[in-house]
Design a protein around this ligand. Structure first.
Ligand code: AP5
Length: 215
């Protein structure tokens, strides 16, 4: 099973993917997380990617594709995986199609939401520097300010969650990524979900759709 989570920044792809990975027992592969790990470790990938990420632009396809192919080659992906943040444009989607296009069990869940919701979510997001768990200062506050409920790690605000960069990321989403909705609809692989409900409701809708195959 390959589950692709599609949607604008802040739609809840990462939040949902973490829970879905546990429930469906397949790994969560986030290109954003992989890139941030490379930035943190100061690898050559990371040094190059950082220039684009901090401006809210897409990292060049070649770099992201190579990184993703490496990750998909690891043994834990043999029964499938959840993709969060990939594909981001038609060229990336065509690469996936070449690899898995004809396979059964490729589902694309489109998390629909609006710009005001995205801005509220991203500007209040806090992430654990240790385990990567997501929180929100109002929507999903940690029990203790600035501390991860799961591992006790320190919470931080992503550098691309500043207002100007959020707006740029939304522009990039509209220009580069939103056409994937049509792309996958034409392939009859797209499930639409409202991402504005409580996370537990969104999760159960995704699980229901994936398991029953309804659109
Ligand atoms: P990436 O990390 O993929 O960022 P993104 O797509 O902009 O998505 P986000 O992680 O910001 O949002 P999300 O939908 O996961 O929301 P979340 O669950 O955290 O990419 C970052 C950068 O890397 C890109 O700008 C680009 O430079 C580069 N990059 C990555 N992939 C690339 C690719 N394939 N090609 C080229 N470049 C690439 O939720 C957000 C907040 O809302 C959280 O605080 C959460 O607690 C809260 N929340 C979530 N769900 C709910 C809910 N239902 N109700 C209330 N609050 C909620």
């Amino acid at each position: 099973m390959i589950l692709i989570l599609l949607g604008p920044p802040g739609a809840g792809k990462g939040t949902q993917a973490k829970v879905l990975a546990q429930k469906l027992k397949v790994p969560h592969i986030s290109t954003g997380d992989l890139l941030r790990q490379n930035v943190k470790e100061n690898t050559s990938f990371g040094v190059e990617a950082k220039k684009y990420m901090e401006k809210g632009e897409l990292v060049p396809d070649k770099l992201v594709n190579d990184m993703l192919k490496n990750r998909m080659g690891e043994p834990d992906t043999k029964d499938g995986f959840i993709l969060d943040g990939y594909p981001r444009n038609i060229a990336q989607a065509e690469i996936l199609d070449k690899m898995f296009g004809k396979a059964d069990g490729v589902h694309v869940v489109y998390l629909q939401t609006s710009e005001p919701v995205v801005i509220q979510r991203l500007s209040g997001r806090r992430v654990c520097s240790n385990c990567g768990a997501n929180f929100h200062i109002k929507n999903m506050p940690p029990k203790n300010d600035g501390t991860c409920d799961i591992c006790g790690g320190k919470l931080y605000q992503r550098t691309d969650d500043q207002e100007n960069t959020i707006k740029k990321r939304l522009d990039v989403y509209l220009k580069e990524t939103s056409s994937l909705v049509d792309y996958y609809e034409k392939q009859d692989k797209l499930f639409r979900i409202s991402a504005d409900d409580e996370p537990e409701i969104v999760i159960s809708m995704i699980l229901d759709l994936v398991k029953s195959g309804r659109r």
